[in-house]
Ligand binder design. Structure first.
Ligand SMILES: Cc1cc2nc3c(=O)[nH]c(=O)nc-3n(C[C@H](O)[C@H](O)[C@H](O)COP(=O)(O)OP(=O)(O)OC[C@H]3O[C@@H](n4cnc5c(N)ncnc54)[C@H](O)[C@@H]3O)c2cc1C
Length: 512
């Protein structure tokens, strides 16, 4: 048995590529970065839909049949339909196929993380790391970074498309405040979202953090290689079992860091005997560390497409900007949680071949802080195959009611004169469904889709379901860490990519 590598990072996504950059800065440390998907080592070889992320792509990489998408399936609600769960399977991970909205959580999100036993993660302590990874091209002040790898920009007001402008004005007349910068702490209301996309080019962690350090001789990248389990000596992680083409290998390392994302990191742990034994013992997997939280606390942002009939002369925008560049964040009635709702105004009538997306001009109505949570289970037949993802959306009355309130708000906004220049009736859900409470609840249960923000399945903290401590170390294990969306104690009230990048940048400082 020989340790060839000091550190092996499993997964080159939003977190993994940042760790590869920062850890390989120490030339004495030999790093291996393993990725299940393809690598594209130079810009010329990158497929168009991985390099670009703009609004004119007909077949985005998040498309179900794209080879760079794991294309999981999930159960939306209890007894509800199967839904598509895209995740990036390519260098850069989900940052290479995502929609590039760059939004920070609200102050309270991180302060709550601290309350869950992670005092190093208060808003005050994480703010410098949001600034560290970004280069904001619009705002330069105490809250925005200027020197980071990830360039950030919003659509300038004079270039907003018609539907976005109409939505903005309708929201203002409804009484929501204007929000020129959703990343300003304590902001709320309607305004343009920030994007980590410049001139149509996505600022993935692969095109930024990783591209900058590929030349380092101490950074090795192994793509098309699948990690099936961790090898242990007692409670000490000593290596990994890998599959590449049809061959199986074992490698050994001083330190193993799982950055495989909120679905695969818990799956790898369970396949290695880390978790609740009831979840894997029937597969003949030997228990190593009893951690009941592995795969539990599956958090996300459930979303419903609310659509209007477009006016017959409506033309889809043709700019390279995102079709969801305008958003409203608001606090639902009686909620103690600020900005617990978000609406992404979608000015495209297309559905890009995705049957979950209705035709029409759409508002993507989203629960930004759900009460319900789901769970990940190993596949019954083959534990190494795609896991069972039970999202369990709308498990509480309050989650359902917040959607109903949101539909009512959108109905009113949709009736605004300016909005009515572009849309006719709300067709999804239609009036017959909307006027019948029972039908509307049933409709909601059948129409929930993912907001793409799976997280929380290896949560950080010190409660009985915690899987890692606040430095990402797996509780009860040695030489094993998890650093990705799975360690969020709770999903933040924002799209998750910015917070995953923050986690990677912050956690490295906690190791020093
Ligand atoms: C379609 C889509 C749209 C999204 N839009 C946005 C958005 O606009 N804004 C935003 O903030 N967030 C968005 N997100 C979410 C955000 O991109 C993710 O939360 C974030 O990228 C997760 O980072 P991660 O490091 O946890 O995992 P990932 O970036 O998913 O990285 C995990 C990596 O590990 C690899 N891997 C997994 N298992 C194994 C294994 N067994 N062996 C080897 N390698 C493995 C994967 O192939 C992948 O490259 C979106 C996500 C999707 C899928």
């Amino acid at each position: 048995m020989k340790n060839i590598y000091d550190t092996v990072i499993v997964g080159s996504g939003s977190a993994g590529s940042i760790l590869a950059n920062r850890l390989s800065n120490d030339s004495n440390r030999n790093i291996l970065l393993i990725e299940a998907g393809n690598d594209y080592s130079n810009e010329e070889s990158i497929p168009e839909n991985i390099y670009y992320g703009h609004g004119n792509l007909d077949l985005p990489a998040s498309y179900d049949s794209d080879p760079h998408n794991w294309s999981y399936r999930g159960e939306s609600t209890d007894g509800g339909p199967e839904i598509r769960i895209p995740r990036g399977k390519v260098i850069g991970g989900s940052s290479s196929i995502n929609a590039q909205i760059l939004l920070r959580g609200v102050r309270d999100d991180y302060d709550r993380w601290a309350e869950f036993g992670n005092e190093e993660w208060t808003f005050e302590k994480v703010l410098p790391y949001f600034k560290k990874f970004e280069k904001d091209l619009d705002f330069s002040d105490d809250y925005h970074g200027q020197d980071g790898y990830i360039k950030v920009k919003r659509v300038p007001e004079n270039e907003w498309d018609d539907v976005h402008r109409a939505f903005y004005n309708s929201c203002i007349d409804y009484g929501f405040p204007s929000c020129p910068d959703h990343n300003k702490p304590d902001s709320t209301g309607v305004g343009p979202l920030a994007f980590n996309q410049i001139d149509g080019v996505r600022q993935s962690t692969s095109l930024t953090y990783l591209a900058d350090v590929r030349h380092r001789p101490n950074l090795n990248i192994k793509s098309n290689t699948y990690v099936s389990k961790i090898l242990f000596d007692g409670i000490k992680a000593i290596g990994l079992e890998l599959k590449s083409k049809s061959e199986q290998f074992e490698i050994y390392a001083e330190q193993i860091i799982l950055c495989a994302g909120a679905i695969e990191s818990p799956k790898i742990l369970l396949n290695s005997g880390v978790g609740d034994p009831d979840k894997f013992i029937n597969h003949g997997i030997k228990p190593v560390i009893d951690l009941p939280g592995v795969g539990k606390n599956l958090r996300d942002h459930p979303m419903a497409y609310i659509a209007w009939e477009p006016k017959s002369d409506y033309q889809n925008p043709t700019t390279n900007y995102s079709r969801v560049a305008m958003s409203l964040r608001y606090t639902s009635k009686d909620s103690n949680f600020k900005n617990d709702m978000i609406v992404y105004m979608n000015s495209s009538t297309k559905n890009n071949g995705n049957p979950e997306v209705p035709n029409g001009i759409k508002a993507n109505l989203t629960l930004n802080l759900e009460e319900s949570s789901g769970e990940i289970f190993l596949n019954d037949q083959d534990p190494t195959d795609y896991p069972r993802l039970f999202y369990n959306y709308l498990d509480t009355e309050n989650d359902v009611n917040r959607f109903i309130e949101g539909i009512n708000i959108l109905e009113e906004i949709g009736n605004h004169n300016e909005f009515q220049k572009y849309v006719g009736d709300m067709i999804h859900p239609n009036i017959d469904i909307r006027k019948d409470d029972k039908l509307l609840k049933k409709w909601l249960h059948g129409k929930m889709v993912t907001g793409h923000h799976s997280s929380g399945t290896c949560k950080m903290g010190n409660d009985p379901l915690a899987v890692v401590d606040q430095t990402g170390s797996v509780i009860g294990a040695e030489n094993l860490k998890v650093v990705d969306a799975s360690i969020m104690p709770d999903c933040i009230r924002a799209n998750t990519n910015a917070t995953v990048m923050l986690i990677a940048e912050r956690i490295i400082d906690l190791w020093e």
